[in-house]
Write a protein that binds this ligand. Sequence first.
Ligand code: SF4
Ligand code: SF4
Length: 441
Amino acid sequence: MSSAIRSLPLDYDLTLDCIHCGLCLNSCPTYRQSGRESEGPRGRIHLMRALAEGRLEADQDCVEALDSCLVCRNCETVCPAGVQFGALMESARDHLPAPGLLARGLRWFGFRLVLPHRRVLGFLAGAVRLTQLLRLPQAIAPLLGQRGIALAHLPVFPEANKRRNLPPICPSTSERTEAVGMLEGCVQRQLYGDVNRATVAVLNACGADVHTPQDHACCGALHAHNGDLDEARRLAQKTIQAFEDMGGEPDMRIVLNSAGCGAHMAEYPRLFAEDPLWLPRADAFAQRVIDFSAFVAQAERAERLKKQLAPLAPRKVAWDDPCHLCHGQGITAEPRALLDLIPGIERVEMPGAGSCCGSAGIHALLYPAESNQLLDAKLEEFTSSEADVLITANPGCQMQWHGGFSRTGKATRPQHLAEILAASLAQGPQVVSKAKPPKKG
Ligand code: SF4
Ligand code: SF4
């Protein structure tokens, strides 16, 4: 062992869980792409252990092998030893340099200056919308290679009134049974405000008043996944505080319609494992977090919802499991069960529904060729399923699928589970919202 090599203080004990069986290899998208051991779960764990033991220098090759991981956690689902790969990778990346200029810029500018700040996010969303209306992304796309293709096929940011805050309380539209909290999110609110409104409509129809914190944006999931645990902790504290201050019922569930945010928020206690002041608060908070589909699919709520759903025009729909829902939270049956409630549509299974679409946080930006390759395989699987509509539940996945459909000229757009449920509700008896008009924000 060279004394010149500094050992990395990552979560070493987690590396010892791996028994090197290799059962995870074929479920790993990056291993299947490159065939290299260092770009599969077992090889990455081996690298992390060597870094922790001070046997290996964190050179460019090593950093890239770890950075190119999607953190999709597919390996966790198949691992017989219960390796906590996501936690391990977050711990390792926190101690490793970003692998290039773009990654460094994203960590500093995107994560620190943009995502946590609602006003900055809103301003940037408006500015990007303007460039999109002027078709500037399409004009510069040829200069940017694969990254330009992705840029040219981003969904268009909606107009300002669709990017406003939800009202602080949206009351139930059927007999009130409970209150819930909901996070509007950062990207979700700016790009997919309609998804948030659809989520509220479904929760209201289930009998829930929906409370949303008004001055909070980001849960810190992207920060934790991409090597900035300090900022992830700060944003977790802000999120916990925002929900503690919000009012409503003290133990009300916090419903998340973004798989990545939900998986991360349910794991907040890990961020505070060594902080006796914050750990109990993070624990109490995590107990309240629940995914939208898991919440609505609970028997009484689903029964109540079912009575209000009206037929949609016949179509085949395919559910694509977001990685942080199926691998991160173990939720696969609930979204399918909810789709099966909607009259008129037929749900079909898509091969490879639990495999990553290549979005993976900022992976699509950093590794556009590999990301597009993963997406192309998913597009083929969608075509082979003969579905008309793709349903998912994560803003990154929705953006990625949107890009794929747009790039390949498919006349369909991905929808969030809440959107198709809300569309079916809207066909039923019309309900007038009792919510006060939204504030600008
Ligand atoms: S998280 Fe996904 S990409 Fe990373 S090693 Fe595991 S299966 Fe492979
Ligand atoms: S399946 Fe689990 S124990 Fe086996 S090599 Fe992969 S990470 Fe290690």
